[in-house]
Design a protein around this ligand. Sequence first.
Ligand SMILES: [Zn+2]
Length: 118
Amino acid sequence: MSEDVKRMADLLKSGATMLSDVCPECGNPLFRVKGDIFCAKCNKPVVYARATGPQATVSQSVLLETVEQTIVGKISETNALLKLEKDPEKMSVYSNLVFGWLSTLEKLRSLRDSERES
Ligand SMILES: [Zn+2]
């Protein structure tokens, strides 16, 4: 697990809320921590003006893309594990995970497509 992913997990555990806006610097989702906006990737508070109008749509599609990349990464990680796994029980756990991510991916993509059309 990379440092920023660990930080995101810690932020969520400590009660931070994941926002639908992304960091203007790195494009990762931002978190609200006790009234402050924080980027887990840059590891610093972010001061930003809440985007309105067309810009909000841009940041949302960037977010969807970020999520999609994360899921694609997870699928390939799990696939690598699945390839080496001999235990049928674990194999079924892994394949369930992959299946779940694939359906999430499908939803994400249709969400993005419908956004593009509107
Ligand atoms: Zn950032």
